[in-house]
Design a protein around this ligand. Structure first.
Ligand code: AHR
Length: 668
């Protein structure tokens, strides 16, 4: 045995890859292929530069990923703008929904609380949150409300955090003064941990007159980076720990909308949160067996927040905009889309977005960015127009965007779409069109079986090296035999496939797994990279694969071949890629074995001046194809790291059955 797992649990990268106590992971009983397979790595022959942004994340508000998920707001329908204005609320006593003299014109509804008329009766509102509200014992929560009194008299409100079994577990009292709308805030500390809590606002019995309330909000005090309009810290941390190179947002199909009226409109997602109009979520009725009529977008997590998040986690921002076609899966009638002659406002939205991100502070949109707290440009370099589009109508529209963007912002890299699938008529039509339009990147999507991923590790080997590059913008292995679980089988097949992305880093410039988040009690689509409930979250095996690639990305791909001068892309179920990083300081080998037998590789490293014999081996392996992580066992399967002693530049390497190994060799 040439490697020993370290004895302490410690993090080698970004706090997530564990080093566990036991030696070796080979199963002595495991069948082993008797002959070995040659793999030669030419350490001094780089064949492609790897885009530093290569491995990233794709955020879409699906599965309650934004409201109810990453966006830390705990109140659902905080502005009473859902079509059923009290959806998510329980009102009691004397309440009325009104709109006259509303403080926020784009969210005009508010609630009037009046005396119940009896000393033993109450008036108030109670919010159910998103499948409940999560409160942690000892943690603080920031409550706020816009309110006004009926007169110059003061009105009193009591705010409580309520447990599922109706106990008061946190409390604050508020006094509303005067006839003008004002924002009132209070901090509440929760005395208990509660996954299904509620927020209750009670109008004091002694009041006379009435109190009007609007935009009732409750955030945990410890949001990611402490932002007031912030993100849930454990979920944002799970993104930061991926070390993503790029953040694609805000979707997905939500960009297109169920109809044009409900497409994502970035301009509605910036400025004061209280005045961002509500949008219906594209995923509320998509699957009849998973119907979520209470799924809306508050736009609280809007484009400004996405840009800030990207900056804070070190990722390049890649916004996606509507090209004027409503979701084509849901609209096959051309009348549902914008006629070409009316497309200009959509094109203008794209130009204005670039100005919002990059324009100087004396421009209209650049000044809004500054007003929102970010005078420095965000340095936007990518912009996608359209998501999963197809047909002649797409290039016709995209062309208008390309012309306008090239003319006004020539440095922006434009991303076009190759449609919703990995091949076929639509795909074959769109690729030449994307070449004709000279977009910079083409966004490919594939949700396929683990076998497809294994069989397609060579997909990009024969891609045209001229013309647009590839953005693998949405992909995930769907293991239909196991209810599309985020299991080890899916993750390993993705890892093996990704060695093919890496080997072809000259043509594949960006890659993002999809979707990103799912609430365990409110999801529409699986698999997903990160799952959560109101208190906890866990990282799937697929998450660890993404992290391994991002953390061990390297800067240059190296020439590496088997005996027949072919890359390892499935021979004996082995997959491999080799990169170096820094100024050639590290050599990183990635080796996947998707088979049931241990395989032996004769690895020959040529062109090395020197190397340290003690290397680091990170191994992701499971005895069970269907192994998963869960909320109760979030670390059931994680990669483990140990040291690995190299015998020399030519050495024999054992790739255990069902494993993915990353061998990091120091060249110092
Ligand atoms: O990722 C989920 C959905 O899959 C995306 O919204 C869409 O682009 C694709 O169909």
């Amino acid at each position: 045995m040439k490697y020993l797992w370290k004895t302490a649990v410690s993090a080698i990268m970004a706090g997530s890859v564990c080093c566990l106590a036991q030696a070796g992971s080979e199963n002595p009983k495991e069948a082993t292929e008797s002959s070995s397979i040659l793999w030669e790595v030419k350490a001094n022959r780089p064949v492609a530069r790897i885009n530093p942004d290569m491995y990233g994340i794709f955020f879409e508000d699906i599965n309650f990923a934004a409201d109810g998920g990453l966006y830390a707001e705990l109140v659902k329908n905080r502005s009473f703008e859902f079509p059923q204005h009290l959806m998510g609320w329980r009102s009691f006593g004397q309440t009325e929904v009104l709109t006259d003299e509303a403080p926020f014109p784009r969210n005009p509804h508010y609630v009037r609380l009046s005396p119940s008329g009896h000393a033993h009766k109450l008036t108030g509102l109670e919010n159910e949150g998103f499948r409940g509200m999560g409160f942690h014992a000892g943690k603080e929560y920031r409550f706020s409300v816009w309110a006004r009194s009926s007169s110059d008299d003061v009105q009193k409100l009591t705010v409580t955090l309520v447990s599922a079994d109706d106990r008061e577990i946190g409390r604050a009292d508020l006094t509303v003064e005067g006839r003008q709308w004002k924002k009132y805030s209070a901090r509440l500390r929760s005395r208990a941990t509660e996954a299904q809590g509620r927020l209750r606002v009670v109008y004091d019995r002694g009041n006379s007159g009435y109190a009007d309330v609007e935009h009732i909000s409750l955030f945990p005090a410890d949001t990611w980076q402490g932002h007031e309009n912030g993100l849930r810290s454990d979920l944002a941390q799970a993104l930061a720990d991926l070390h993503p190179g790029v953040l694609r947002f805000p979707g997905g199909c939500i960009v297109e909308g169920t109809d044009l009226a409900t497409r994502y409109q970035w301009k509605n997602s910036v400025g004061a949160v209280e005045n961002r109009p509500l949008n219906e979520n594209r995923w509320n009725y998509t699957f009849p067996h998973r119907m979520f009529p209470d799924y809306y977008q508050s736009y609280g997590l809007g484009f400004f927040e996405f840009f800030c998040l990207a900056e804070e986690i070190g990722a390049a921002a890649l916004p996606v905009l509507s090209c004027g076609l409503a979701c084509q899966f849901q609209n096959d009638d051309m009348r549902a889309h914008v006629p070409l002659e009316d497309l200009q406002p959509y094109v203008q939205d794209a130009l204005d977005l670039i100005e919002f991100a990059n324009g100087s502070t004396d421009t209209e949109w650049g000044s809004l960015r500054a007003e929102m707290g970010h005078p420095a440009p965000f340095g936007l370099k990518y912009l996608a127009v359209g998501n999963e589009q197809w047909g002649r109508e797409y290039p016709e529209r995209l062309e208008k965007f390309v012309q306008a963007i090239r003319q006004n912002w020539p440095d922006i890299q434009i991303v076009g779409s190759a449609g919703p699938s990995s091949g076929g008529e639509r795909f074959n039509y769109l690729w030449p069109e994307m070449r004709r339009l000279k977009v910079d990147l083409v966004d490919e999507h594939y949700y396929m079986s683990p076998d497809w991923f294994l069989q397609n590790a060579g997909r990009y080997d024969s891609y045209d090296r001229k013309g647009p590059k590839v953005f693998a913008g949405e992909y995930a292995a769907h293991d239909y035999d196991h209810a599309k679980a985020n299991n080890f089988k899916a993750a390993l097949s993705e890892a093996c496939f990704m060695t093919g992305l890496e080997r072809n880093a000259d043509v594949v410039r960006l890659a993002t797994y999809a979707p990103l988040f799912a609430h365990v009690d409110a999801w529409q689509w699986n698999p997903d990279l990160i799952w959560f409930d109101n208190l906890r979250s866990f990282r799937t095996p697929n998450w660890y694969v993404q992290q391994l690639f991002a953390c061990y990305r390297g800067t240059e791909v190296l020439a590496a071949y088997g005996r027949d001068r072919q890359p390892l892309k499935g021979q004996r179920q082995l997959y491999a890629s080799a990169v170096r990083d820094g100024q050639g300081k590290r050599l990183i080998l990635k080796i996947g074995n998707s088979g049931e037998q241990m395989q032996r590789l004769d690895i020959r490293l040529s062109g090395l001046k020197k190397f340290r014999p003690e290397a680091t081996l990170i191994r992701f392996q499971s005895e069970e194809w269907d192994a998963v992580n869960t909320l109760d066992d979030p670390q059931h399967i994680v990669p483990r790291s140990g040291s690995y002693i190299l015998e020399g530049p030519a050495f024999s390497f054992e790739a255990p059955a069902r494993s993915f190994s990353v061998l990091v060799i120091s060249l110092d």
